[in-house]
Design a protein around this ligand. Structure first.
Ligand code: NAP
Length: 429
């Protein structure tokens, strides 16, 4: 029965084959109940998805097996694979969304989004439909990965990007439509914003930032910082210009910090005004920075920052800027979280020009899977994945993107790189 909150292998779908092996992950109180062999939905994705997704499956399965578990994969479809199965107009089938909702923890490759015309981003649609409100991107340097900065090892930040609001909310109207003219009239005549919008064709977008959306994101970032012994959470915003949206995000963030955590969390102002900069043992300091300044700070004062919490657009920019410092898109992992749900996905896109060539770097997708393993509570398997990836890259067994930046080394295909990681998992386990 697709759509039930917690299935027990009773699901049936039209085009999705539910595997015979394995069981569904279910919610138990405030946590997850994870069977020995969970069923995990996987979207291969468009373009290079067909290269990186199978590579990630091989590595994640090997790590699970090496630590006494297994994974039963369930292919679900979106993008070009969905259009092939469900018809030309079906980019994101409802049963794909249901399957991820039902099975709670899933992983996906990249999905292509047409620029300008065409359908809206399937990535954004998935995050919104499943209310995956926090996009989490840990950014740390792996030894041996070439980097454009002198000390890439200083980069160790985790970005929490709000996923459901801001200018990404999809409240956007095209120039020349009745809707945009109506909205323009409303803004000018009823809201008094005259002489602001130039005459002639105009496109207008709306930027909603809610107290609810801001607070649950900041809460998640602070909880993470406390659980992982991080020192600070930095709220990033342009509240100096957008006072009632980005400024409100900052204020609501501080409210969470001040009202919900007692002595465990201290604001930077209180820290200096009352304690001369001496933070209580084990506490998390919450501060804030203006977004443009922060884009400099991640480069110039890298080791001073820890966990970052911000809205959708800032989060997109800042996490890519952080990602560049640790070797770029082939490396940067991510995951989207809702309440007791997780959809892991690499930061990079579908790089169509390399599709199906068994060439690109699967590290980002593999390390996204590592976040997923951590979320399952499989810490040992998650560590094995990271260590084995590091070992493989240190041996200079790398894909084209890293090979062109290092001296010597062996250039291998996507699948060969995955096999080399599996060999290291077996050695390390
Ligand atoms: P992209 O697909 O990330 O590719 C840009 C460049 O980054 C590639 O040409 C390649 O650089 C490098 N790259 C990306 N992934 C790599 C990997 N795994 N290994 C090695 N190098 C990698 O960005 P895009 O061209 O802007 O976007 C293409 C499509 O993906 C668009 O439709 C976009 O909307 C979509 N997209 C989807 C997601 C998602 O699904 N979450 C995210 C971002 C973009 P070189 O050619 O220099 O080697």
């Amino acid at each position: 029965m697709a759509g039930m909150d917690d299935p027990q292998n009773e699901m049936s779908y039209e085009q999705i084959e539910v595997p015979d092996e394995g069981e569904a992950i279910t919610a138990e109180g405030e946590g997850l109940s994870v069977p020995e062999t969970p069923v995990i939905p996987i979207i291969y994705g468009d373009g290079i998805g067909v290269d990186v997704a199978p590579a990630a499956q091989t590595v994640l399965e090997a790590a699970a097996n090496a630590t006494g578990n297994d994974i039963s994969w369930m292919r679900v479809y979106a993008g070009e694979h969905a259009r092939e199965r469900y018809g030309e107009e079906v980019h994101l089938p409802e049963e794909t969304v249901s399957a991820i909702r039902d099975y709670r923890v899933a992983i996906k490759g990249p999905l292509t989004t047409p620029v300008g015309a065409g359908f809206r981003s399937l990535n954004v649609a998935l995050r919104k439909k499943l209310d995956l409100y926090a996009n989490v991107r840990p950014t740390y340097h792996i030894d041996g990965v070439p980097s454009p900065v002198k000390n890439p090892g200083q980069m160790d930040m985790v970005t929490f990007r709000e996923n459901t609001e801001d200018v990404y909310a999809g409240i956007e109207f095209e120039a020349g439509t009745d809707e945009v003219e109506k909205l323009k009239r409303f803004v000018e005549e009823e809201m008094g914003a005259r002489d602001v919008i130039h005459d002639g064709p105009v496109g207008i977008g709306v930027k909603p930032i809610t107290e609810y959306g801001s607070k649950r994101l900041v809460r998640r970032a602070i909880d993470y910082a406390l659980e992982h012994d991080r020192e600070s959470v930095t709220l990033i915003h342009k509240g100096n210009i957008m006072k009632f949206t980005e400024g409100a995000f900052r204020d609501w963030g501080y409210e969470v910090a001040e009202e919900e955590y007692g002595d465990e969390v201290i604001t930077e102002d209180t820290l200096w005004e009352e304690r001369d900069g001496d933070a209580p043992e084990g506490s998390v300091v919450v501060n804030d920075r203006i977004a443009d300044n922060m884009l400099q700070q991640v480069l110039t004062r890298t080791d001073e920052y820890d966990v970052l919490a911000t809205m959708n657009l800032n989060g997109d920019y800042i996490s890519d800027a952080c990602g560049a410092q640790i070797g770029g898109l082939g490396i940067a992992p991510g995951a989207n979280f809702g309440d007791l749900r997780c959809l892991a996905e690499p930061v990079h896109g579908s790089a169509p020009k390399y599709a199906g060539q068994d060439k690109v770097n699967p590290t980002a997708m593999i390390l996204s899977g590592r976040i997923m393993l951590e979320y399952l509570g499989w810490e040992e398997a998650a560590s094995l994945v990271r260590e084995a990836v590091e070992a493989t890259i240190s041996e200079k067994t790398v894909t084209y993107d890293l090979h062109r930046q290092i001296d010597g080394g062996e250039k291998v295909a996507t699948s060969e790189f995955a096999e080399a990681i599996v060999a290291n998992i077996e050695t390390l386990a």
